[in-house]
Ligand binder design. Structure first.
Ligand code: AMP
Length: 475
């Protein structure tokens, strides 16, 4: 949940679960490792051994914390779920690491959540006023509290009762003593796929996690679907009114791993098409196309192929620094940009350079890199961005900052060009973005994606979050 001045955490996460196999926690570790790009601040696994639940949650990377047999021996059992996360506001508290676990009247209940709820404040207030005690500042805890308090008899009915009270974006992976459950919110904003590892069902945020463990992709969990996995098989429940899905377009533009398959294509293919569309819309004379790595590489390849301007690796990225946004404070973030990229002078000197990146958020990366490229002797630096200007914050589980920190929400293109210091700055149009996704055009009445970051059209009401944010701003 996005609360600028509170310790509410905004989460950007990956989830994984596997049912009925030896080494469930080892496979979960591997799955989480391949989802590490979805969150690098902390990771956790809960396993069930037939009698007891076991939980290990650690701050830091999966590979640093779950890489030894000691940890894995703490997570026995044939079923496990896991979570990777990071927060960008408030403190990174260990108690907010997931999966969250509670012993409910019906038995143990562990839940891993990707996405953000939008009515946390009002639900939490109601729960606290009626006696609930919260141990974390994570919005996910309200799910456990609501399940615990539901007066329905069966677990699935308690869960449906809960889903009817929460609003927002959620892909959930839940573990009980008999079931592994996957849930996707009514719009299907965040991803969730079903796979099969030698007969054991798998749930994961992205298909790259299935590839990692040698599991077959079965299908996407549909928007508004609950999938219940037991010894008896897999059951699908659709508790909501049927509505058209609106997955988050930014998953394909930036967030998901390039090798993950969404729809029938890899994310890489979509990103390359974004670059192709960008080149179609912008005819610029230059000597080289240079990606801002890693995020701009696929689009730059597409741009270079379409424009016939040679592709060069003019910026080198250090692989020993994490994603720029990963550090919660702005000072560390800026330092991170400098540490992360260096210029490969041989491709740049005396050249007219087109830099390509997937997006501009605060403008930190772009201005640093444009400056570095000029300092390395470029004659001209143009900057192409393979999506429209991000003018509106996300409240559904991807980290983008508040309006006042989003460069495109405060400045027009001319002002942004000055701010980043480039000779020209160009963005892909919204329709070009939809074309790259394989759509003829954006369906205005019923858009195929949620594209609120560009359009400000939020499919799920965010007024409660905006109200809380403005109250916090005036404190
Ligand atoms: P900024 O430097 O603030 O303009 O951020 C833009 C850079 O961050 C680009 O290179 C993007 O690839 C990357 N980026 C965009 N959105 C996100 C996000 N939600 N989390 C982390 N990085 C992002």
């Amino acid at each position: 949940m996005y609360c600028k001045n509170s310790d509410h955490l905004k989460e950007e996460c990956g989830v994984f679960g596997i049912f009925g196999t030896e080494e469930a926690s080892v496979l979960t570790t591997l799955g989480l490792h391949s989802l590490q790009h979805r969150g690098q601040e902390g990771a956790g696994i809960v396993s069930f051994d037939g009698n007891n639940f076991h939980s290990v949650r650690k701050q830091g990377l999966v590979g640093d914390n779950f890489n030894n047999t000691n940890i894995l021996s703490q997570l026995p059992g044939k079923t496990a779920i896991g979570h990777v996360r990071y927060s960008t506001t408030g403190e990174s508290k260990p108690e907010n690491l997931q999966p969250l676990f509670a012993n409910l009247a019906l038995g143990g209940f562990a839940c891993a959540h990707n996405g953000n709820l939008t009515n946390t404040h009002s639900v939490k207030k109601r729960l606290v006023e009626s006696g609930s005690i919260f141990q974390t500042s994570s919005d996910t805890e309200i799910i456990l509290q609501l399940v615990a308090r539901s007066n329905k008899k069966k677990l699935i009915d308690k869960l449906i009762d809960t889903l009817n009270q929460i609003k927002g974006a959620y892909s959930l992976v839940i573990l009980t003593n008999k079931k592994l459950i996957g849930v996707r919110d009514p719009f299907g904003i965040r991803p969730l796929v079903l796979g099969d590892k030698d007969g054991s069902p798998v749930l994961a945020s992205e298909t790259c996690a299935l590839d990692m463990i040698g599991a077959k992709y079965v299908r996407d969990i549909e928007n508004g679907e609950i999938v219940v996995i037991t010894e008896q098989g897999i059951e699908s429940i659709k508790p909501f009114k049927n509505i058209s899905e609106r997955p988050c377009i930014f998953e394909r533009i930036y967030f998901a791993s390039p090798d993950s398959i969404v729809g029938d294509k890899t994310v890489y293919t979509y990103r390359k098409s974004l670059g192709i569309e960008l080149a179609k819309e912008n005819n610029i004379s230059a000597d080289v196309v240079v990606p801002i790595p890693d995020s701009g590489v696929s689009a730059a390849l597409g741009f270079s192929q379409k424009s016939s301007i040679p592709f060069e690796l003019g910026i080198i990225r250090s692989h020993y620094v994490g994603r720029t946004f990963i550090e919660p404070s702005q000072s560390i973030r800026q330092f991170g940009v400098k540490l992360k990229h260096s210029v490969n002078r041989s491709c740049i000197e005396n050249k007219r350079v087109i830099l390509i990146d997937d997006s501009i958020v605060r403008g930190t990366t772009a201005s640093k890199i444009v400056k570095m490229v000029y300092e390395a002797g470029a004659k001209e630096v143009h900057l192409g961005i393979s999506c429209p200007p991000i003018k509106h914050p996300d409240f559904y589980g991807i980290d983008t900052p508040n309006y006042d920190e989003l460069i495109a929400s405060k400045s027009n293109i001319e002002e942004m060009t000055k701010l980043v210091g480039a000779k020209s700055l160009f963005f892909l149009s919204l329709n070009g973005t939809y074309k790259a996704m394989g759509c003829k055009e954006r369906n205005k009445k019923s858009p195929q994606f949620t594209d609120h970051c560009f359009t400000g059209e939020y499919p799920i009401d965010i007024s409660e979050i905006l109200k809380i944010n403005s109250t916090n701003d005036h404190r």
